[in-house]
Design a protein around this ligand. Structure first.
Ligand SMILES: [Fe+2]
Ligand SMILES: [Fe+2]
Ligand SMILES: [Fe+2]
Ligand SMILES: [Fe+2]
Length: 434
């Protein structure tokens, strides 16, 4: 069925304000929730944080008081939507449990987007980011077990594999290498624009979550690991936002933001299995249709163009959460040795020049040790080997993947090398531990 968001009826802005009881709804039950209900909840919080933050930026540049008044009203609604979405997260869900869910969002969302991205270069960038968040999930899973006795499957429910990816210590790059080539706003499809803003919002919120929660544990190596991965999320925000054409005006960006919210809520309504949460997504979709209408009017007023030139006339599905194990394994086996090259290009470990710009930063940040490697060494004390959840086929490739993902230069001294990991695995298999 075709759904032209610009032509659908929304909820009038005056009706969008709710009482506190409605704004703060009941959280889900962490032991019963479907993992993809939780990923939708986490993503929509990120989408709302971006929608809210963008409006404040817009307000600072707008001289027209009438437009300002409308935008501040919408911003206030985004603020209430953000609370409703984020506070579905129950108080007894620990920071580490939520962290595993954040990385599951990153892996399965980015894999969906990569497979539904018409621009080959943007797809390649998604695949690149995907393998980094995949490794974060593996590193945090060790701490979830050591600190709280949680198995990754308690959170990811067997839908997402947990095994080594491109090792986190190699995600730290010279800033100029992170910057990618941007799309051309006059050529890029609405799908590309929505895809990028969706993953960017998710990554930004992941960064913010680690910034606000990484210090909440006493274990120093865990605190350092949050710091290390938060820094990578900062790079992910830079990488994804650099794909956006800087020539888009603030009004064009406003239009794309509201359309991105519409598309994400539309997908949530289609996919949600929790009846109570689905009602929230339905209500928010109606609200966003109205925001989009207002953004389209303001866009027309300033740009004297048809909004359909920017967002098209069809809805887009940017966040269909499904198990992506097959796709991720394929990318992992092929691209674990990929690295960033100047001018938005990609390269591989064996092609890196001796003066590769990222070596300096990697050597600096890991000069004492890489926390993301220490966590595997600690895990050896707890469990003889690392925690891994994957098919036998993928598990049998772990040593090869690690070998392929390693560099020869700027390798932290405490790195778990393939022969070391092999000994851990052997010791584990010859022990009585099940
Ligand atoms: Fe919103
Ligand atoms: Fe991540
Ligand atoms: Fe990320
Ligand atoms: Fe909105």
């Amino acid at each position: 069925m075709s759904f032209n968001a610009l032509k659908e009826k929304g909820m009038p802005l005056e009706k969008q304000m709710r009482n506190w009881h409605e704004i703060v709804s009941n959280p889900y039950n962490k032991t019963k929730v479907d993992c993809y209900t939780r990923t939708r909840q986490i993503l929509m919080n990120g989408i709302e944080v971006e929608a809210w933050g963008f409006k404040h930026q817009l307000m600072r540049y707008l001289p027209d008081m009438e437009d300002k008044n409308l935008i501040t009203k919408i911003g206030r609604i985004e603020n209430t939507q953000q609370m409703t979405a984020n506070w579905l997260d129950p108080a007894d869900q620990s920071v580490l449990e939520t962290t595993l869910a954040y990385e599951q969002v990153a892996v399965d969302l980015t894999a969906w987007l990569a497979q539904n991205e018409p621009d080959k270069y943007v797809k390649e960038t998604f695949d690149f980011g995907l393998l980094e968040d995949f490794d974060h999930l593996y590193r945090y899973s060790q701490f979830a077990y050591m600190t709280e006795g949680i198995q990754p499957s308690d959170i990811v429910q067997g839908q997402t594999d947990v095994i080594v990816g491109r090792p986190t210590q190699f995600h730290h790059n010279c800033n100029s290498l992170r910057l990618r080539k941007h799309y051309d706003k006059n050529v890029a499809t609405p799908q590309t624009k929505v895809n990028i803003l969706t993953v960017l919002s998710g990554e930004q919120q992941t960064h913010n979550f680690y910034a606000e929660h990484g210090f909440m544990y006493g274990d120093h190596v865990l605190r350092e690991t949050y710091a290390e991965i938060k820094d990578v999320e900062e790079e992910h925000v830079s990488m994804y936002e650099s794909l956006i054409d800087p020539a888009e005006s603030m009004f064009e960006k406003f239009l794309i933001h509201e359309f991105t919210e519409v598309c994400n809520y539309y997908t949530c309504v289609e996919d949600e299995t929790d009846a109570d949460i689905k009602k929230i997504w339905e209500m928010f979709l109606e609200m966003e249709l109205e925001h989009l209408k207002i953004a389209a009017e303001i866009f027309k007023k300033y740009e004297k163009r048809d909004p359909e030139e920017v967002i098209g006339s069809e809805i887009i599905i940017p966040c269909r959460f499904l198990s992506q194990k097959k796709y991720v394994q394929k990318v992992l086996e092929k691209e674990v040795d990929k690295r960033l090259a100047p001018n938005g290009e990609f390269t591989t470990v064996d092609e890196l020049p001796d003066d590769w710009a990222s070596y300096d930063i990697q050597e600096k940040v890991s000069e004492v040790s890489a926390p993301s490697e220490n966590c595997i060494k600690l895990m050896e004390i707890y469990n003889k080997r690392d925690i891994v959840e994957a098919s036998d086929d993928l598990k049998s490739k772990q040593l090869k993947l690690l070998e392929k993902g390693l560099q020869e230069i700027a390798v932290a001294e405490n790195t778990v090398m393939p022969d070391y990991l092999e000994c851990m695995i052997d010791e584990y298999e010859n022990s009585d531990i099940d």
